[in-house]
Design a protein around this ligand. Sequence first.
Ligand SMILES: Nc1nc2c(c(=O)[nH]1)N[C@H]1C(S)=C(S)[C@@H](COP(=O)(O)OP(=O)(O)OC[C@H]3O[C@@H](n4cnc5c(=O)[nH]c(N)nc54)[C@H](O)[C@@H]3O)O[C@H]1N2
Ligand SMILES: Nc1nc2c(c(=O)[nH]1)N[C@H]1C(S)=C(S)[C@@H](COP(=O)(O)OP(=O)(O)OC[C@H]3O[C@@H](n4cnc5c(=O)[nH]c(N)nc54)[C@H](O)[C@@H]3O)O[C@H]1N2
Ligand code: SF4
Ligand SMILES: [Mo]
Length: 809
Amino acid sequence: MKKLLDSALSSVIKRRTFMKWGTAAGSAAVVAGNALPLKAMASDSAQEKTAEEKVTWSACMVNCGSRCPVQVHTKDGVITHVESDNRGDDVYGDHQIRACLRGRSIKQRVYNPDRLKYPMKRVGKRGEGRFERISWDEALDTIAKQLKYTIDTYGNDAIYYQYGSGTQGYKTDGPFASKRLLNMLGGFLPYYGNYSWGQIQFALPFTYGGGRPAAFGSFTSEIANAELLVMFGYNPAETRMSGGGEIYEHINSVNSKNVRTIIIDPRYTDTMLGKESEWIPIRPGTDAALVEAMAWVLINEKMVDEAFLEKFCVGYDEKTLPASAPKNGHYKAHILGQGADGIEKTPEWAAKITGIPAKKIIQLAREIGNAKPAYIIQGTGIQRQANGEQASRAICMLPILTGNIGLAGTNTGEMPGNFGFPVKTLPVGTNPIKTTIPFFKWSDAIWRHAEMTDKTDGLQGGTSLKNPIKFIWQYAGNITVNQHSDINRTKEILSDESLCEFILVFENHMTPTARFADILLPDITTIENYEVASNGYASGSLGAVIPLVPAIAPMYECRSAYDICSGIAKRFGLEEQYTEGKTHEQWVAELYEQMREEQPQVPTLEDLRRDGPYKQLAPKNIRIALEGFRKDPVKNPLGTPSGKIEIYSEQLATIATEWALPEGDVVTPLPQYVTTWESHLDPLTEKYPLQLIGYHTKGRVHSTYHNVAFLREAVTDAVWMNPADAEARGIKDGDMLKVWNDRGETRVPAKVSPRIMPGVAALAEGAWYTPGKDGVDRGGSFNVLTTQRNTPLSKGNPMHTNLVEIAKA
Ligand SMILES: Nc1nc2c(c(=O)[nH]1)N[C@H]1C(S)=C(S)[C@@H](COP(=O)(O)OP(=O)(O)OC[C@H]3O[C@@H](n4cnc5c(=O)[nH]c(N)nc54)[C@H](O)[C@@H]3O)O[C@H]1N2
Ligand SMILES: Nc1nc2c(c(=O)[nH]1)N[C@H]1C(S)=C(S)[C@@H](COP(=O)(O)OP(=O)(O)OC[C@H]3O[C@@H](n4cnc5c(=O)[nH]c(N)nc54)[C@H](O)[C@@H]3O)O[C@H]1N2
Ligand code: SF4
Ligand SMILES: [Mo]
């Protein structure tokens, strides 16, 4: 048993190249001064005492959009290795949901030297990372006391439930367990929107109406019915990696008809790699200008679908322009130079903005105009720009103008739709606090809550905040430090302990956010927990019900959030109300039975846990976005005020006049290109000449899996630079660089490559913030460079809009 543990641990630890460590082979492993008590890892559970190998179904539950089952092999209660879904014949439709390298290295996350072992309280200054071990009783007493104090002194709205997507797959634990408790205590300040889709999700309901699945278009299976596939910053080979999900369906669809594929992205991404028909590099933040010039070509060459526009849309030309709009307020006038700005959106005009030659723009417009049908899609990097709302609406103009909507082989221009199996969740009750803040504005709500209103900062459900945030509840997130913008500013805000008085963090590892905790709680990993998960939100047509059974006993003193919250509830005399007399596992089983009553085709829980995930394909009739509307727009109107596709949005026209926007921010009723701060046209380019964009890397999921050493070796963090930009700075591939702007600086090696366009640099987000003694980040952590200034409409995260300078370190 001990031998097995030693070898499991040392195989993890040996690979750890980026932190000093020492192991005493065969005895305790010492990592960064942190003794791993092997005894604490021993399990007493009877079933794990046999020397037989056991295989347990579990899953990778992180927020990558997929959700891959894994088979965890254990011997004597110790994980030996992890296998993917390998059942069946793997034919498309009943294909294996194969985990990527990250999921397959889940053992390295579970047995990680950073693993938290017992509850701790902060000693020293907040953020210093100095902690003292405490008992669970002391931890729970402290949390209960602080909750009570916060509620009595300020009110429940001073407690903020922080964004955190590390256990996206949970249905009964984690976020659900947390919110169930907080609601019982009188509620908490909630956020709306999210870091992933903040802008697109806010903007597109103005065009297509709300009430649909979150900003979701046609399934990627529809690509098989298309003649042309146009992808704006959509990179499924890296960000939709699971064998069950979008990329698999995407490849399957493209290959089945050899569909012509055009990808528009400043980077030559993994989705291309010789499989694309054409790569069109574009200057970041300028997609809307490209679309407008293509609209100019389509209009002038009579390739727009006038009948479609008249019947299904509002605001294309004067025929359907709302009465409240100004004369020539329609899209056609705007494109032809007869609108308010008087600028004709010619290919030459757009060429200067986008960096794409006019001839190429004309050719692309003609291709789209002639392709019947065309499947047009965008990723979410585009909307993580300062004009992200405009760009995401603008891209949808291509399918709208050409009538590529609601038919086989088409897409609305949105992210693809996916099938979600309806697994039941732990009931969380209701939150009496009705005012919500945009997900991105929590750091403001700590220090300037009194200035925040609906019209300035996007509050919803109320017009002001009674209280600042005094208590942050961070479950499975690295947002509070690493994943939010402008780490140096965030640190400044958090280090003033008179502002936010308490930070509670539930984690598996000692992350940059964990270091800022006042009380730090060691959560069990998903491999140590019971759950029944559904497929992820990017699983293509393949729905799944995925069983999780603990492969190993909880390590060290780790506890589940459900158990922790039960313990806090007990201190409020609410234990019985919280648990209803049930353990977490009993909830899982009960909710599963409730689902089976509605979905009788699903196997019993016992069978599911033994045989592995149950799979079910999406019904055919949900795969084409807006199909019902296209068939009968009267019977199936959209959720917009007019019931039609709103090219001109009266709602946005109202917002444009009523909201208080900072200088330089605009909201417009039409989807159009707007220049922004820190664009290629900002005078700041004199000091910081390079546009730095981020992207999500196959090397990790945000910051999760960052501490798996062999993933760091496989996908090195490096800043992409075009050879022309590198040469101008005397930089060679592999050189250590400093990348900086007024907000901060990071050190990261160079990747000099023609895979990135000139004038633009790119760095993967998610690396752990690792400041040196001088305060400069050595970890390649992107968010030392980003700003807390929000986008105009959703008040969201423009994390890919940054001007920087780069030099050899
Ligand atoms: N610059 C820049 N910043 C970005 C982005 C960007 O593109 N650029 N992207 C943004 C986006 S889209 C998102 S969604 C966010 C993501 O931000 P987060 O939601 O913070 O995601 P992660 O960084 O993966 O952090 C998840 C944390 O959960 C922990 N965790 C994993 N499993 C468990 C568990 O079982 N229990 C507990 N308690 N903890 C667990 C992990 O250790 C990790 O620290 O980042 C945003 N930040
Ligand atoms: N492996 C892995 N998978 C993930 C994640 C992860 O961290 N790792 N994160 C998951 C989450 S929560 C999310 S939200 C998604 C995000 O995944 P994506 O939607 O793919 O988002 P990004 O990677 O931010 O950006 C996508 C592409 O947009 C490009 N881009 C940036 N700015 C512009 C622009 O102005 N115009 C154009 N045309 N392109 C631009 C970038 O170069 C990048 O290739 O990925 C999910 N999947
Ligand atoms: S990271 Fe995503 S694609 Fe990879 S195994 Fe986990 S769920 Fe699957
Ligand atoms: Mo995300």
